[in-house]
Design a binder for this molecule. Structure first.
Ligand code: GDP
Ligand code: IMO
Ligand code: MG
Length: 432
């Protein structure tokens, strides 16, 4: 049985939420395996808009199990708020429909504060990352530093004070260094005990649930957040998020073996966007970028920030195909290019006068690469809302074929609007 991992192949916001929602009809379980509520996944179902940050995008469908894997950093306050907002929209999230891994690390208010303190300080020195200020980085630091509080700790009130001590020793030293007041032990204890009753009913042994489901032949859909260029190892470091966002992370981030991953689907926007600071070789800080941003409604779901926009960069996506083991892509937002006279695609870079076909690893070199563009004729007709390959203008098909050739991966799905059903299936990623 082919389980599918969905990953972003650019800098996030490629349309993963829409595609995961669409694909989840064919799945039994949808699993988040990294990131946290820095993600913003928008789903549109019959005109109704759902914005998910922490919950898997399968949650809006009845009869599907949603899972938050141990690779996620979990903010209990954000969770409670998201569950209650969904309830207002008629989606009920209950412990029989959602499981949270017991070994998931928590994001607490002190993580969010530290994220903000650092970003504020960096704004003055010009070294800011442009994070979502959700505490993601500090929470992953605590996990790797072996001082995180995990979901299961909420049920162990005997050990909890010691864990809080361990975490606070570190945080208070950092806070003193940054000139901020220390946090009281009792404040953290109160924060934790006040959310425990709402979180613990969802806690479970996720590795065991997933093993049982696999053995029973059920289909698992792993939902990545962020994108390959934001990966802590493979992205544009240090302008990245603090987790591995690539497909391989689905295994340790949820507790399955690598053999559980059958098909890797890379979600790929027909152009490029990025939020936050960092290099962006094909950025169009001009009327082209404005056009893409306006037509594509490129504003962040989480922070409302305007996304930077540019032409499709085949160098980056080709690299994403390699580091994720992408079997096929879902090409999204093709409709945003409707009506353009000319469409440019970056096919390679020059670096200090030399031709290269990859993104160099160093920060300095990433900032110096110059894109080499191929220019294509746009199309006159429209792709917006197309639900069949035959409805696409010939020139649009040519663009899609050109991208496939450049990145070395086929288009498995094509998306032509935010609506769930405005999707063209070419190859079913779940097929055996
Ligand atoms: P994610 O983070 O990868 O899930 O992507 P976001 O949801 O943050 O951003 C993608 C945005 O584009 C959302 O507002 C979607 O509703 C929208 N979207 C997704 N697919 C398409 C598409 O094919 N065409 C258009 N016009 N919008 C799309
Ligand atoms: P989805 O899942 C786009 C970016 C932030 C910042 C960097 C680090 O919706 O695609 P963080 O708060 O993670 O420490 O910020 O990563 N970033 C995203 N950009 N889409 C996302 O998620 C992102 N999640 C984080 O803007 O540049
Ligand atoms: Mg997003």
């Amino acid at each position: 049985m082919a389980n599918v991992v969905v990953v972003g192949s650019q800098w996030g916001d490629e349309g993963k939420g829409k595609i995961v929602d669409w694909l989840s009809e064919r799945a039994d379980v949808v699993v988040r395996f990294q990131g946290g509520h820095n993600a913003g996944h928008t789903l549109v179902v019959d005109g109704k808009v759902y914005k998910l940050s922490l919950l898997p995008s399968g949650v809006v469908r009845e009869g599907k199990l949603s899972v938050i894997g141990n690779g996620v950093v979990f903010d209990p306050h954000a969770f409670v708020a998201e569950v209650s907002k969904l309830k207002e929209q008629g989606v009920s999230v209950t412990p029989d429909r959602l499981k949270i891994a017991e070994n998931t690390s928590l994001i607490l208010s002190l993580h969010r504060e530290l994220d903000g303190f650092r970003e504020d300080a960096a704004s003055n020195s010009g070294t800011k990352i442009g994070t979502t200020r959700r505490g993601i980085g500090p929470a992953y630091e605590d996990k790797v530093g072996r001082r995180a509080i995990r979901v299961m700790d909420l049920a162990d009130l005997e050990t909890l004070p010691l864990k809080v001590d361990r975490m606070l020793t570190h945080h208070n030293a950092v806070r003193r260094g940054l000139g901020h007041p220390e946090v009281e032990h009792s404040a953290i204890m109160t924060e934790l005990t006040s959310v425990a009753d709402e979180i613990l009913p969802y806690m479970d042994r996720v590795w065991k649930i997933l093993d049982d489901k696999r053995r029973a032949g059920e289909r698992i859909l792993f939902e990545g957040a962020q994108g390959t260029l934001l990966d802590i190892d493979h992205g544009t470091y240090p302008f990245v998020t603090s987790s591995n966002t690539v497909a391989g992370q689905a295994a340790p981030g949820s507790g399955v073996g690598p053999g559980a991953i059958g098909y890797v689907l890379g979600i790929t926007k027909a152009y490029t966007t990025r939020v936050g600071e960092g290099p962006f070789p094909t950025e169009q800080d001009n009327e082209v970028g404005e056009f893409l941003g306006t037509r594509g409604r490129e504003f962040g779901t989480v922070t409302g920030r305007k996304r930077r926009c540019g032409w499709f960069d085949a160098v980056l996506v080709r690299q994403a195909v390699a580091v994720n083991g992408i079997n096929g892509i879902a090409l999204t937002k093709l409709d945003v290019l409707d009506g353009l006279d000319e469409i440019k695609v970056c096919t390679g870079y020059t670096l200090d006068g030399e031709l290269i076909d990859y993104l160099p690893a160093s920060q300095g070199a990433q900032a110096r690469v110059e894109p080499i563009y191929e220019s294509l004729e746009g199309w006159k007709g429209t792709t917006a809302g197309a639900r069949s390959w035959n409805d696409l203008p010939a020139q649009a098909v040519k663009y899609v074929r050109y991208i496939e050739e450049l990145i070395g991966a086929p288009v498995a799905l094509l998306s032509t609007s935010p609506e769930r059903d405005d999707t063209i299936l070419v190859t079913d990623p779940f097929q055996d």
